[in-house]
Design a protein around this ligand. Structure first.
Ligand code: PMP
Length: 379
């Protein structure tokens, strides 16, 4: 058993800040694996904003949970600014996206409700659904009709509760988009809710980086999760929705109630992120330019591309994925192999992540090296 466990590569590669913009980790190679899509994790404006907050006395730690002494004006200011930014009635700030997904999905759907979730939703959403009281059912990937059909069958079978549709707007391991308008229409037709995890879209896509759900956010039957550990360059997550739902979470969601509040300093820094998203559209423009380039190169090499900053290179076997990643690491590129159970069995892959931490030439060079490695490492 221990031998089996030891086979897994659990080494956490340490990130050292060397060249601020281009190299996240000298040892691991050029960054084609992080989710620091806009390069905000180590940008000077973020550092200056954080220093300014420290100087005006914002504490590092909250010292307790939000419901006790841990509630700080920085949390509330951040939530108010985030609500205005995303156009939702209210926002609640959690310590992580994992905790937020767990909180929402274990707390809001009630006994007698039906949770229909895309088969490919993130492990944290699975954990939330599993911990909740509602009936749960996986639905074929990106299939709004299958969702509708499942609700119809459930109603015919006597289901009288509320249907909840749970999806990601941009899938973390495939880089493809959910048909949000169709799913919204299904939720509307059946008096249901739509919960959209925008982890990989927030900051990158939509007006001002508000995500793909920007045009439905703010509706009564929509809840949106924006994680802060990816394009926002920090950590934590916003849950955006109606005041009544978020009040319910404050009073009933265990991951919110029984956990130390996020750092007030981090909350202050995240306010700076929201300003950067508005003031510096050139970051998104640069990223979109690199994404278009990667899309073209991927189509030329593999015949497929995702249309987003997440470009999967599906190779099937675990061994081949690992050998490809190792080979690219030797060539100076940090690309990670993703294996089951993170992805479905038989779909091990390289997950190429495009960020503002790389240059156009480096994207071209990666695909050149990938072409050679794919030929050399055939099984
Ligand atoms: N949802 C999705 C789609 C994710 O990819 C992740 C992070 N891998 C999470 C939620 C969890 O977010 P966090 O890292 O902030 O816990």
């Amino acid at each position: 058993m221990l031998e089996q466990l030891a086979r897994y590569d659990t080494k956490l590669r340490q990130l050292e800040q060397k060249d601020r913009r281009r190299r996240l980790c000298a040892e691991a190679g050029i960054d084609f694996s992080s989710n620091d899509y806009l390069g905000l994790a180590s940008c000077p404006r973020m550092a200056a904003g954080t220093m300014a907050a420290l100087e005006r006395g914002v504490p590092l730690g909250a010292g307790g949970s939000r419901l006790l002494r841990g509630n700080h004006e920085e949390h509330e200011a951040l939530e108010a600014e985030a609500a205005a930014f995303f156009g939702s009635e209210r926002v609640l700030y959690f310590g992580s996206g994992y905790a937020a997904n767990l909180a929402v999905l274990s707390t809001l759907p009630q006994r007698g409700d039906l949770v229909l979730h895309d088969v490919l939703i993130h492990a944290s959403a699975h954990a939330g659904v599993k911990a909740g009281r509602a009936e749960a059912m996986a639905v074929r990937h990106n299939d709004a009709e299958a969702c509708e059909e499942a609700i119809r069958r459930w109603r015919q079978g006597g289901g009288i509760g509320t249907p909840w549709i749970v999806v990601e707007s941009l899938y973390s391991m495939d880089g493809d988009r959910a048909p949000l308008q169709d799913l919204m229409a299904v939720a509307d037709r059946h008096d249901g809710f739509l919960f959209v995890d925008e982890a990989h879209a927030s900051g990158v896509w939509g007006p001002d980086g508000r995500g793909f759900a920007a045009d439905i956010e703010g509706r009564e039957n929509v809840l949106v999760l924006h994680t802060c550990g990816k394009a926002f360059g920090m950590s934590g997550a916003f849950v955006a929705g109606s005041a009544v739902l978020l009040d319910y979470l404050v009073n009933h969601a265990k991951p919110f109630i029984y956990s130390t509040a996020p750092s007030p300093l981090q909350a202050a820094s995240l306010r700076e992120v929201l300003r950067i998203l508005r003031d510096e559209p050139e970051r998104r423009r640069r990223l979109h330019h690199l994404v278009h380039l990667a899309d073209r190169l991927s189509t030329d090499l593999l015949g497929t591309s995702s249309g987003s900053q997440i470009q999967p290179v599906v190779v099937g076997s675990n061994g081949r994925a690992i050998r490809l990643a190792d080979r690219l690491r030797q060539d100076g590129f940090d690309v990670r192999a993703i294996r089951p159970p993170t992805v479905p069995a038989g779909t091990a892959r390289l997950r190429v992540s495009i960020t503002c931490n790389v240059e156009e030439e480096e994207v071209r060079s990666l695909f050149n090296h990938l072409a050679v490695a794919l030929m050399e490492i055939s099984s």
